[in-house]
Write a protein that binds this ligand. Structure first.
Ligand code: COA
Length: 360
């Protein structure tokens, strides 16, 4: 039996051909292609194709006409419930009983539909009526259709913000939700079950909810007007500066670089304060932990870019889920092709054999 590692940190659970963050180089590649070469060159739905089919074409399909059953406006839980429901609504076959082509098509249908579910749930959250299919069909890209469904209009700056965010966060190796998706897929369950269990894992604040904490910090720095004093005070209280540091990267997070550039290009009203806080935070963190690289992570400028698209902080976990349908689909398919039932072991450290009478 191998050594126990809390959080499975450093444990290699799979071999993958999809992507894995490059710790030292600070680059992120999807099937070998640097995300720098994707953003602004192809749309998210083509990146879905790259990740799932290893080909930009045909990419993620259009969503089918969709009738949600009962949405609460709480996007992650709506998404989890509706995705699980699609398994029976569409009579999806168990992964163990269907061929790879059918599994790929099920995942493609689900991915497109999951985007519609989040957009519809976001409309409910805003107290709006989601736009009907004929309005959504006027959009050319997945990001346009998403915004049309949600708001009935698709501002080009909002489209660019969302498309860039989606591409940057489409896949990131064996994180908690992707691991969950692979575990479910390894049991031979259907694609809807695997996708909905991934959404459940992502709904936790340690995985999907982080940008929500960055905006209040930016507001506070703007109010106080002295980023250096803000971070000094926070570190003196042993607080954590939100949006800095990463479990894997020991260099600049490449996604942060792209999102920062995008926030600037889109004229974010929070860009100036974000850049001032970033400079102050990096300087203070270098002094605070001279032997440990703590750089800007994806959450910091994700918050700023999603703010440009007027995505409220409470909807950011659901935005993350819409981005991740590509990575999850690719991993579920890889698991089906190469996988084996995932069943690790635990070391038993409970009471030794005893009588029922001793339990009381
Ligand atoms: N602000 C202040 N201190 C930080 C820090 C940050 N952003 N990130 C790491 N540190 C410090 C820790 O306090 C710890 O110090 P200690 O050894 O004196 O206790 C040390 O660096 C190592 O931290 P650890 O949590 O073990 O590092 P990690 O690399 O495993 O952690 C994160 C990665 C993301 C959990 C961590 O960097 C973090 O908490 N970041 C802030 C929260 C964040 O950005 N979350 C996502 C967006 S809101």
């Amino acid at each position: 039996m191998s050594e126990f590692r809390p959080g499975l940190e450093g444990v290699v659970a799979f071999e993958t051909e999809i992507a894995e963050p490059d710790r030292e180089g600070g680059a992120l590649r999807y099937r070998g292609v640097d995300i720098e070469d994707l953003v602004g060159h192809v749309t998210y739905e083509k990146v879905w194709g790259l990740l799932v089919d290893e080909s930009l074409e045909p990419g993620m399909p259009e969503p089918e006409p969709y009738e949600p059953k009962s949405l609460s406006g709480n996007a992650p839980s709506d998404l989890q419930a509706e995705t699980a429901r699609l398994s029976s609504e569409w009579s999806l076959g168990k992964l163990v009983d269907i061929d790879d082509e059918q599994a790929r098509d099920d995942l493609a249908r689900l991915s497109a539909q999951m985007m519609s579910i989040v957009a519809t749930s976001a409309a409910v959250h805003d107290g709006r009526r989601p736009a009907p299919d004929d309005v959504v069909e006027q959009g050319d890209t997945a990001a346009e259709k998403f915004l049309l469904r949600w708001r009935g209009e698709a501002d080009p700056d909002h489209v660019k913000a969302i498309d860039t965010y989606w591409i940057c966060t489409a896949e990131h190796g064996l994180n908690a939700s992707t691991f969950t998706a692979r575990i479910t897929a390894s049991t031979g369950a259907d694609a809807g079950a695997a996708m909905s269990s991934a959404v459940g894992a992502l709904s936790g604040p340690l995985h999907g909810g982080a940008p929500a904490r960055v905006l209040p910090m930016l507001d506070e720095v703007a109010r106080v007007g002295d980023p250096a004093a803000y971070v000094k005070d926070l570190l003196a209280r042993r607080g954590r500066i939100m949006g800095f540091g990463h479990r894997v990267y020991r260099a600049e997070d490449p996604r942060s670089r792209i999102l920062k550039r995008t926030a600037k290009e889109l004229g974010s009203p929070r860009y100036e304060v974000a850049e001032a806080l970033e400079g102050a935070a990096l300087a203070a963190l270098r002094e605070y932990k001279p032997n440990y690289v703590i750089a800007t992570n994806v959450e910091f400028y994700s918050a700023v870019v999603l703010d440009v698209a007027e995505v409220p902080p409470e909807l950011t976990p659901a935005m993350f889920a819409t981005a991740r349908v590509a990575g999850w689909s690719a991993h579920i398919l890889e698991e089906k092709r190469t996988g084996r039932l995932i069943r690790p072991s635990a070391r038993y450290v409970g009471p030794s054999a005893r009588s029922i009478a001793s339990v009381g």
